[in-house]
Design a protein around this ligand. Structure first.
Ligand SMILES: Nc1ncnc2c1ncn2[C@@H]1O[C@H](COP(=O)(O)OP(=O)(O)OP(=O)(O)O)[C@@H](O)[C@H]1O
Ligand SMILES: CC(C)(CO)[C@@H](O)C(=O)[O-]
Ligand code: BAL
Length: 287
């Protein structure tokens, strides 16, 4: 596995393979890798000739009071895990390599990037879409892999690719969970034991909501109320948003007569956690 820290070095290395028609799978990450990231890498490894993983904690997607400086980092461990996973190239640019000058260009999705988590984290998805567009142009992958855990992010990227004609296949990968259901996240390491216990309620509430939908409950307000009650009963968890949305465009749904995604954002101790679960009413199964 080779490590590259500048755009020019990475481009030169990838160009040789591209000329001979090799496919490239890209897995963009912010590092501090866990089994969720490694599942993205496994898929990329199985489906492409070359696998490139980027590790870059992108400052432009963090708000001024968010956790950019305390975001967990462990480059040596990450490199070791990627070596073991059979990755060909890892791109670890510094901020200077990605942003040699302040950008005059940005990509904002309206309303997709401004709703839901975009409300809790204003500007977040502009930072994400813009850095992902840069990574796409730097690597020019055949396929790029994103986790369904960050469901709105996946939806934003799919829409950007469609709107701007990026010739890239976006692959969404199901959420990898801890044994008790908690979605794996780099930020989980900052949960105290008590926070960690409380955090279980998020996946439990989504599971309950999805079960109600598949059992035939079509009134989104009723599904919402049950999930909300479960989360509110857990004193260690401060709910920031809870939504029932159309899986395709994340529009709010009142009557559940098509596949939906249940989305939750909550503060658990010092950490903002998100989770998601798709749910389909029985009559739309397979649609
Ligand atoms: N549990 C998971 N299962 C599947 N994919 C995941 C999981 N967690 C993260 N990913 C995906 O890995 C990619 C990189 O995510 P990132 O580096 O931000 O990790 P993270 O664990 O989501 O960190 P954070 O603490 O910021 O939520 C994203 O596409 C994300 O959706
Ligand atoms: C896609 C991404 C690497 C862009 O910085 C980040 O938002 C993430 O890790 O999900
Ligand atoms: N996984 C999403 C990146 C972020 O929280 O900024």
């Amino acid at each position: 596995m080779e490590r590259y820290e500048t755009v020019a070095e990475l481009r030169a290395a990838l160009d040789a393979g591209r000329r001979t028609g090799k496919t490239i799978g890209l897995v963009p990450t912010m590092g501090f890798l866990h089994a969720g990231h490694l599942e993205l890498v496994r898929r990329a490894r199985a489906e492409n000739d070359h696998v490139v993983v980027s590790i870059f904690v992108n400052p432009t997607q963090f708000g001024p009071n968010e956790d950019f400086s305390s975001y967990p980092r462990d480059m040596e461990r990450d490199l070791q895990l990627l070596r073991e996973a059979g990755v060909d190239a890892v791109f670890t640019p510094g901020v200077e390599a990605m942003y040699p000058e302040p950008l005059a260009t940005s990509i904002s999705l309206k309303p997709l990037g401004e709703m839901l988590i975009g409300k809790v984290r204003p500007g977040h998805f502009t930072g994400v879409a813009t850095v992902v567009a840069k990574l796409f142009n730097i690597v020019q992958p055949t396929r790029a892999y994103f986790g369904e855990k960050d469901f709105q992010q996946l939806t934003v990227i799919r829409r950007m690719v469609r709107d701007l004609n990026f010739p890239i296949e976006i692959v969404g990968v199901p959420t990898v969970r801890e044994e008790d259901g908690l979605a794996m996240s780099s930020r989980n390491v900052r949960l105290s034991e008590e926070n960690r216990r409380a955090a279980r309620v998020l996946s439990a509430a989504l599971g309950k909501g999805a079960a109600l939908v598949s059992a035939g409950e079509s009134d989104a307000a009723r599904v919402y109320a049950v999930m909300r009650q479960m989360i509110d009963a857990e004193s260690g968890v401060a709910l920031r948003s809870l939504d029932i949305c159309d899986v395709r465009d994340l529009a709010a749904v009142e009557r559940i007569d098509r596949p939906v995604v249940l989305l939750v954002t909550a503060e658990v101790g010092p950490v903002l956690l998100i989770d998601q679960r798709e749910a389909r009413p029985e009559e739309s199964a397979g649609r």
